[in-house]
Design a protein around this ligand. Structure first.
Ligand code: ZN
Length: 353
């Protein structure tokens, strides 16, 4: 990065509230103006359950709406989508759904230079609010710089009706900031890497915030969900301020990415991050037992068994982690863990027996 130039990307408008889908058209035209043609990128379930309401709200405000249903967030799907959209005269793209639809809309908006809206229906990870997209088929399972959403629109009522497992995964993704921020600081001290105190503090705050509201989040109260969502927004914004995923993604994410490569049935991203945070938290010397206790309390997985992977998968992912992204220096060091160190780490933290 050029030290003389630091670009901060922020969303223009963030709207979080209960039962606000019917008012989406009003908020949309306030930010983007009227007489637009928008395309909504969405999955089949959300297309049936939520899209009709979004479409109606937009049409009531004079916006023309089309939808594209996507099945996976692969590079091929993204390229096909870009080609399809470039033939149309689209003004604004909307990613409506979970990570998949949002990542595809984000990537396409970036390539086509379009404005876009992130409209999540689950709170499973902070990609819903960040400028980084992860697609399957990039040579490595890490995210790439794309485009910050111009608008983030979150109807808490919709999120609360999403499968609980996804929202708890969002809690796991946020808890990961306890170690990612420490990894960043370490890279700054040992490697002279750029470190942004402000964005690091903001990312850390989002982890502290959800950890202190763990009871409300476990109970699934409106307040708990609001805290979870605001923390996801803050974490995404921290990445926009840092200009990289550094504040939100460290050794716990390297482990999570490695696990998606080695495991036959990989868990949700945030679930793997939760378990990674326990182990990397041990290496960093933080209060990892307290983090584990609260993860258990909310019902997040904390062991290989609960993740649905084998003990061998955990050890292999730990060994592989440092090689996923060699330029990202973390507590794992340049060469990573040996097999015996990995096994010891997984055992001492109770992830494997
Ligand atoms: Zn993440």
């Amino acid at each position: 990065m050029n030290v003389g130039e630091h670009i901060i990307e922020l969303p223009r408008s963030v709207i979080v509230g209960s039962n606000i889908t019917e008012r989406f058209g009003e908020h949309f035209t306030r930010v983007f103006g009227s007489n637009h043609y928008v395309v909504v990128v969405t999955g089949s379930t959300v297309r049936t359950l939520v899209f009709p309401r979004v479409k109606e709200a937009l049409e009531d405000s004079g916006v023309t709406v089309d939808a594209v249903t996507v099945k996976d967030a692969s590079v091929e799907t993204a390229e096909r989508l870009v080609e399809e959209l470039s033939a149309d005269r689209v003004d604004v793209l909307i990613g409506l759904g979970g990570g998949r639809s949002i990542d595809l809309a984000k990537f396409s908006a970036h390539v086509l230079g379009l404005r876009w809206v992130s409209y999540p229906t689950v709170a499973s990870h902070d990609g819903i609010t960040s400028p980084f997209a992860s697609l399957k088929g990039f040579e490595k399972p890490i995210s790439r710089k794309a485009k910050m959403p111009d608008m983030i629109y979150i109807d808490v009522d919709i999120i609360m009706r999403a499968p609980r497992r996804y929202n708890i995964a969002g809690f796991g993704d946020l808890v990961g900031k306890f170690t990612s921020v420490r990894d960043w600081r370490l890279a700054h001290k040992l490697k002279g890497e750029y470190y942004g105190e402000y964005s690091a503090s903001l990312a850390l705050l989002s982890a502290k915030h959800v950890l202190s509201y763990y009871r409300e989040i476990a109970l699934g109260t409106l307040e708990g969900y609001r805290v979870l969502l605001e923390a996801l927004v803050s974490s995404g914004v921290a990445m926009g301020i840092a200009g990289s995923t550094r504040p939100a993604s460290g050794s716990e994410h390297l482990f999570a990415h490695a696990l998606t490569i080695v495991a036959k049935n990989p868990p949700l991203h945030g679930e793997a991050v939760a378990v990674g945070t326990i182990m990397m938290g041990y290496l960093h010397g933080i209060k990892w037992r307290e983090v584990r206790k609260r993860l258990r309390y909310v019902g997040a997985p904390t062991t290989a068994k609960e993740l649905g992977v084998t003990p061998e998968d955990i050890v292999e992912a730990l060994v592989l982690a440092a090689r996923i992204r060699p330029e990202r220096y973390t507590i794992l060091g340049e060469r990573g863990l040996t097999r015996s160190a990995a096994e010891r780490l997984a055992k001492v933290t109770g992830v494997i027996d």
